[in-house]
Structures are given as C-alpha cells and as structure tokens.
Design a binder for this molecule. Structure first.
Ligand code: SF4
Length: 686
C-alpha cells in the first residue's frame, strides 16, 4: 500500500525516508516565552508519528522580513537558541529538519520592527493594508546577504537543510510578479530582471553553505492574482533556480490577496498538483528532470499523495495542516491504519486564522496540537496507576474528544447520547457541500472509541432514572450541547416556521423561497446547503472551471474570480439585525463562502428590525424606517443557542463530581474549535 509514498528520496546530500514532507507552518510557538520547549515538543511528536523531513515555519532573515509579532528573527540570539533546541529535538527523535528562511516584504505588518514594510515597488497590499516602501539597491543587496548569512546560521544551529521562501506572495515572489514589481532597474523591467532577486538569493545561499548542504526553494506555481507571474516566467524561474544550485523545488500556490481559494474546504483535494507537474515538465525540457519537485496545497490524505506521485511528474508532496490534525498521519498510513488518521477538514479555524495573529496555532480536530507539553500522551504518564470510571454525557465534538482523552489516559469510559447518532451540531455541517470530511471526522472518532473499548450508548437521554448509574462513576463530563434559542417575535407558532436543526435534517421539505432569521455561521451553512446545486463537493475540474480555469490551461495562471452561474433551485434570504453576515467565520474562509452565497443569488439583509412573521414571510423594518415583506414559503430560525444543561440537577442529586464542556459550558463565542478544546481540558481536569 502507498508504494510511491514510502520510497526514500534524495534531496541533495540528504536522503529522506519517504515522499511526504511536513510543510512549513507558522505556529506562534516560535516566540513563546518558554525557551522553545513547546516548539520542540510539537516537532518531536510529529517525528515520532512518522514525519521524515520537517520544514519549520518561516524565520525572518532580518527584522524587516518578520511577518508579525509571532515571527522569530535570526538576528536575535534568544530565537537562535529556540531554533537550536528545535533542531536538536528533531534529531533526538531521529528526524530531519530544514529551516525556512523568510522575508514577508509587503506582507509584513506595518509598524512591526518600527518601519514601513519593504517591497519591490510601492504597491498597496490588501493583506497588510498598507502601501510598502520600494527597496533601495542597498536594501536589496543587503537582503541577499541576509539570506546567505541566515543559511549559514541555520547550518551552525544544526539544521539539515534550508528552504528559501519564495512563494505565497512574500518578498521574493513580489519581485517575480509584474503586479508588485514596477521597477525599471536591474531588479525589474523584464522577465530576467524580475527573477533576478530569487536567483541571486539562491546563488548567495549556495555560496554561503557550499554544495554539500541541501537548499530547497519554495517557488510560486501560480500567483492567482491579476498581473501575477506569467506561466512562461514561472517555468523559466524554475530552470534558473535549478541552474543556480537548488536541491529541490517546492511549488506553492496563490497569494494571500488571491481571489481564488486555494486551501479552504471548498477546494477539492489535489487541485493544484498540476502546477508542480508543469514545473517538473519545464525542468525536464531544460535537462534538469532529476531535480526533485515537491507539490503542495490541499492534500489531506496520504492516498491523494500516492495518486499524485504515481502519475510520475512530481517527486514529493508537502502536507502541513494534516500534521496538525494528526501527528501520526504518516506512521498510521505506513502501518496500514489509514482509516484511523484524523483528517484535516480544511476549516482553517485553529491554524491559518490564528497564524495571522498571535494566538497559539492548534487544530479543531486535534486540540492537543501546540499543547503537547500541557497534555502529554499516556506513555509520559506511565505512573498513572488508578483507573477511574467516567461517564461522558453527549457525543458531540466536545463529548467525543473528552471520551477519547479519558480513555487514552487509561480510564474506563462510557458515553451516553440522547440522539440516535453521534456528532451533535457538527453532523449538520457535514451535510453542506464541500464539508463531507466533517462527517468523516465523527465517523473516525467513533471508530477510535470502539478501538479504545468505549461503549457509546445512543438514544439514551441521561435523566432522573440514571442516578444509581451515575453514583457508580468517579466523575462525569457534561457535553450535552445546545438547543436553538427562540426569539420573541409574533408569528413564531405559524406552521411554516421551523428551527435550524429541522431545516438541516430535511432540506428537501422546504419550499423554493426561504427566509433565514439570524446571520451567524449556522445560517450561512444552511443557506449554502439550501442553494447547493448538488449535495457533493465539486470535482477538481468543476472547481477549476468555476474559477475561470480550463483543464487544459491548468498550468496557466489566471486573474479572474469565480465565474459561477447563479442558477439555484431556491431563493434564500439571510437576515441579521446588525453586524456582518457570517461575522464569526474565520477570515481565511469567510470571503470564500460569502462569495459563493452571492454567486448563488442569496439575498443578505442587515441592519433591520424584525416586526412579525406572517403567512407570507417576514416583515422587517430597514434602517431607513421602510417596512418590507421578505416573502418566504418557510422561515427558519437560526437565532443562536442556549446551553442544554438539564442533566445537571440529576448530577447534583447523584452527588457525583462533574465538568462541563462545549455548548453545555456556555454559548458565548462557542464554535467547534472551542468545543473540542474544552472536551480535552475537561477530561484532564476531572
Ligand atoms: Fe485542518 Fe482545521 Fe485542524 Fe487547521 S484547524 S489543521 S484546517 S482541521
């Protein structure tokens, strides 16, 4: 199984044990005030889980290159000692690690390190919301020298390789794109001028570390912005980098400003492999076919990597977020336990969205990620001699997480769920087109509980009759979730008014005109479900076509946004009293789902007051005082939730200690990330 994946590969002088590279992730552990302990623990667990070559998150080669306050800078001795510790930890666990050398350019946040961000030209960045300053000749040559010095430092710190970051719209990529490089000196002007900086950086790095030290270069396969690097120039850059001494080319996709989603759940897995394959063909055409090419972006299963490798046009696959979701993604697959891997569901909520700020990166499906020291696995607690007996009430995400954690700690656990199926609110999300992996998460968690011999009692609502049972427990986790909150509004009792769970359960029962009261993430998901033209995610070809690609032009960069036609079976209106629709959805995903809703013709109404629900729909009053009828065959209430905690009175009667997690613990700011994290923490606390 996975014959192509589990074959060693040479990257320069380095032999990596298999074809999966753990791609760079900025974790916000890099600058924690712990001397690098959390970062070392994070990497150690991934190596023990089977990671071969790890690429660290970007380390800025100078102060101006830092992407934000959570980025380490190589000039800083404290950060160098963090990196030294990380490299040593990886080696102690028998892994390999490359340091990513990074310069954010115009993606640096203004004010960081006290200056305006630097860039090839002064072109406004929507991402950092600033106009950067065009670099002087001295600043450019100084940056080349900084990359070279950084590579030498990486070698001295014990790293096995470096990766030069030249994609995703960061500094070196800004130089290759006509959009951001308007220079007329030798660092711009024409194709050769635009690729001069990445090539010079690579040459300088190579000269600094010699031929024996592996140097990877992460280049952009497609910028996906208007006036991005043309494909011919991308191909020529690949060849020039090969000739300048690269030991491997990793191919990234898209900029932070791209109007085309690249890593969200709406993007079918493996969509972008075609660009890396195009790079490989360009290298072959120039006599450099032996240079390893690494595909990346939106692979979440080892089987997808195997399929791409088997096509023969790439040599390795970089996966990043899947190592957050399951540190043992490689090890489990190698052992034939592929079906037990916790899948990355591409929600971005605990990883990419946090990486833009300072909060520690973690994972919705694996809340231990980033907290390996706080929540060690059982072997680290081998002194645990007492096996307790615990009940978990509720089999939503919080309850499932609590149950697997307690069982993993060696306790006896029983799970009781009032519904006939596990998964809670997450089960609804799994019905939304493109979110099928959400359902897979629940299925895999249930399978894991079966492997851990945790009985799951479905259709059992714990109540007064269970006092005796509860008294046999050492403790209980209450993870009973939420129930929909009903607003105060005339007309709620009309027969065409229903709560959101019923709408999710049977969307086909709803008429062609639907008004949704409430504009949070659940309302957005529901609107997506109701207007989806099919219940399944688009294929790779459909996705590319909907974003103005054609299959044959897959290796041609595009500048367009979605050309998706607005033909949907329903007319849906989403309404919110005030604020933005979908405000709670993470920034890396909200724009994608909102674009899809707009393209599907969903009407979005905000800054309104609800007056009444009638047989014809909902009467609302706008900010201008005008009254209007939002006509609807069905009115769905998605107006928030309240905690479901009825069982607490029974627990008090039983006198058993308990902890709450997920929706039962409170609904303010509740989301799936918080629910799983609370499940983990409650299990350790009790
Ligand atoms: Fe994947 Fe979501 Fe976890 Fe990020 S938070 S690694 S996107 S599952």
């Amino acid at each position: 199984m996975f014959d192509h994946v589990f074959k060693p590969c040479d990257i320069g002088a380095l032999t990596v044990p298999h074809r999966i590279v753990m791609g760079a992730m900025h974790l916000n552990l890099e600058t924690l005030d712990d001397g690098g302990a959390a970062l070392a623990a994070f990497y150690t667990e991934r190596v023990r889980g089977g990671a071969g070559l790890i690429v660290t998150g970007g380390t800025a080669v100078n102060g101006a290159g830092a992407g934000g306050p959570g980025y380490g800078v190589l000039d800083d001795e404290d950060h160098r000692s963090v990196l030294r510790r990380a490299a040593r930890a990886v080696h102690d666990a028998d892994g390999l690690v490359a340091l990513q050398l990074f310069h954010a350019g115009r993606y640096a946040l203004p004010g960081e390190h006290g200056s305006t961000p630097l860039a090839p030209s002064a072109v406004y960045s929507r991402f950092s919301r600033t106009v950067p300053r065009a670099m002087t000749e001295e600043e450019i040559t100084g940056t080349v020298a900084d990359f070279a010095r950084a590579a030498r430092t990486a070698r001295e710190l014990g790293f096995d390789a470096v990766e030069v970051m030249g994609s995703e719209g960061y500094l070196l990529n800004q130089f290759t794109a006509p959009l951001t490089n308007r220079r007329s000196d030798r660092w711009g002007g024409d194709a050769e001028g635009r690729r001069r900086l990445p090539v010079e950086v690579l040459r300088a790095v190579r000269a600094a570390v010699g031929t024996a030290f592996p140097v990877l270069f992460r280049m952009s396969g497609a910028d996906l912005v208007t006036d991005g690097t043309p494909w011919q120039e991308t191909a020529a850059l690949a060849v020039a980098l090969a000739e300048a001494g690269a030991d491997a080319l990793a191919v990234g996709i898209g900029w932070h400003e791209s109007p085309v989603p690249t890593v969200q759940a709406q993007v079918p897995p493996g969509t972008w492999a075609g660009y890396a394959e195009g790079v490989k063909r360009a290298l072959r055409g120039a006599g450099h076919g032996e240079l390893p090419v690494i595909a990346s972006n939106r692979f979440n299963r080892i089987a997808q990597a195997e399929e791409a490798l088997a096509r023969g046009d790439i040599d390795l696959v970089a996966m990043a977020r899947p190592f957050l979701a399951d540190a043992a993604v490689v090890g489990k697959s190698r052992a034939g336990r592929d079906a037990s891997v916790d899948l990355c569901i591409a929600c971005n909520e605990a990883c990419i969205d946090r990486s833009f700020g300072t909060e520690r990166v973690s994972c919705l499906v694996n809340p231990r990620a980033g907290y390996e020291r706080e929540f060690p696995r059982l072997p680290a607690r081998s002194s645990l001699t007492y096996r307790g007996r615990y009940a978990v009430i509720g089999a939503g995400l919080a309850g499932l997480e609590a149950a697997r954690t307690l069982a993993g700690l060696g306790h006896e656990v029983e799970v009781y769920e009032a519904a006939d199926e596990p998964g809670g609110q997450f089960r609804m999300a799994a019905r939304v087109p493109g979110k099928a992996d959400f359902g897979e998460t629940v299925r895999r968690r249930v399978r894991e509980l079966a492997e851990l011999r945790v009985p799951l009692h479905l259709g059992h609502r714990v109540g007064a009759g269970d006092v005796h049972l509860l008294r046999t427990m050492d403790g209980v986790i209450v993870a009973t979730g939420v129930r929909p909150r009903r607003p105060e509004l005339p007309g709620l009792a009309l027969p065409h008014v229903l709560d959101y769970p019923r709408a999710f359960a049977d969307p086909d029962a709803l008429g062609p005109r639907i008004a949704i009261i409430g504009g949070g993430g659940i309302a957005v998901d529901l609107a997506h479900l109701l207007t989806g033209r099919s219940s399944t995610a688009p294929t790779r070809e459909e996705f590319l076509a909907s974003h103005a690609f054609t299959t044959s032009s897959r290796t041609t960069p595009v500048a367009g946004t979605s050309g998706r036609p607005a033909e949907t079976p329903r007319r849906v209106t989403v309404m919110r009293r005030s604020g933005r629709i979908g405000a709670g959805i993470g920034p890396s995903t909200r724009w994608v789902v909102m674009e899809e809703l707009r393209a599907a013709g969903v009407r979005l109404l905000t800054d309104i007051a609800y007056q009444e629900i009638t047989r014809d729909g909902v009467i609302v009053v706008g900010a201008d005082g005008n009254r209007q009828l939002v006509d609807a065959d069905h009115v769905v209430l998605a107006t928030g939730q309240e905690s479901e905690r009825d069982v607490v009175a029974t627990l008090h009667r039983a006198g058993v200690p308990f902890e709450t997690a997920g929706g039962a613990a409170g609904t303010d700011g509740l989301n799936a990330v918080r629910a799983t994290a609370q499940g983990l923490r409650a299990a350790h606390r009790i």
